[in-house]
Write a protein that binds this ligand. Sequence first.
Ligand code: 3EB
Length: 405
Amino acid sequence: MGVQHHTVVKFGKVRRVAMMVTPQCGGDFKDEAWEALSTLRAILRQQGEPMEVTMQTVFLRSREDVPVAELLFEACYGEKMPLTLFVVQPPCAGRGIAIEAWAVGTTHAKVNYHDDHLVTVEYDGLRWIYASGGSLHREGRTAYDQSLDGFQNLRSALNRGGVPFEDVVRTWLYQGCITEEVDGVERYRELNRARTDFFADIPFDKRPIITGLNGHAIYPASTGIGTLCHGLITACMALQTERKDVFLLQLENPLQTSAFDYPKEYSIKSPKFARAMAVRAGEDVTIWISGTASIVNAETVHQDDAAQQTEQTLTNIEQLISGENFARLGWKDAGATLGDLAKIHVYVKHATDYEKVRAVCERRLGRLPAIYAVADVCRPDLLVEIEGVAFSRVREPGHFPGGDL
Ligand code: 3EB
């Protein structure tokens, strides 16, 4: 049985399970992959109701294992293949594979597997949409063109489900050779230029249920990170609802310059993403925390010190999700602490920093479902990036942002 860590969250009658699985036994890649998949199944069987996996990210040590993994996973899931990203980022625990997956109980929720790039989940008047823009290869495409392709593919997948791009609340961007310069320009900067151009026409701020920092632009939360594959993987999550007690809040961090306001030295066109997106449905608040790094204002701090960078990153997250920050942005009855994190994903630039980074995370967070993987962060001096999801409840049920109902 693999090392399994999972968190169960109940939204009314609906059960959601966040799972982080790493195989325990070494061996060849197929053995490890089967063990990880069996472990996922075992967790789901413990839930006492039928469960289906909606989205999963599979972290692989080697590019060569991607085709094998694709076949194995398709054989395992059959018609119910979740939205799946195969990302080449070697798991720090030394195995060839690690899986991060979300499942939902189907007694009270309906999952639709539209196609390989689109899965939707419906319950309680909420419709969550998971879409992917596929895994693009680099041949013949500039970083700018490839990034545009990625976003356009995402839009096509969403549109097949009747979802406009402005309903996106979170994106994941895994870019190969992210800090490599081509013709004097870093690939990540070109991704930012393409994202800026693509987002220019998207009316994120026209959604009546979303608010943010007064007078600021609205963008999805995001993770932008490297991968050992040459190319780009894009994915996103969108939310649709007719409910009158569902609201979205874009969180920005008082400790950090908003990414979309970074000065030009970091990127000609700034990175258009939110520090986090909070979703409030009735009393439940879910916070999707963007990839967060050791940046204060707009500058990298603690160069060359992975432990201190981890401390700063967690402090940034703590402030971001705090009650004071929610109050500053208009939600006076919401907020979370590091103890409310349901899972984290830690990207470490140098495998040799793993123990140091993990020690800081475990000291400040306790034991929670986590995956550590090796990846380049989008600035050469950043050694760690952490994303996560936190769950909390509002303090005053019945009170809504913008007035009582
Ligand atoms: C930062 O704070 C670190 O380009 O979508 C974090 C999360 C980062 C998302 C993105 C980049 C992105 O600037 C890098």
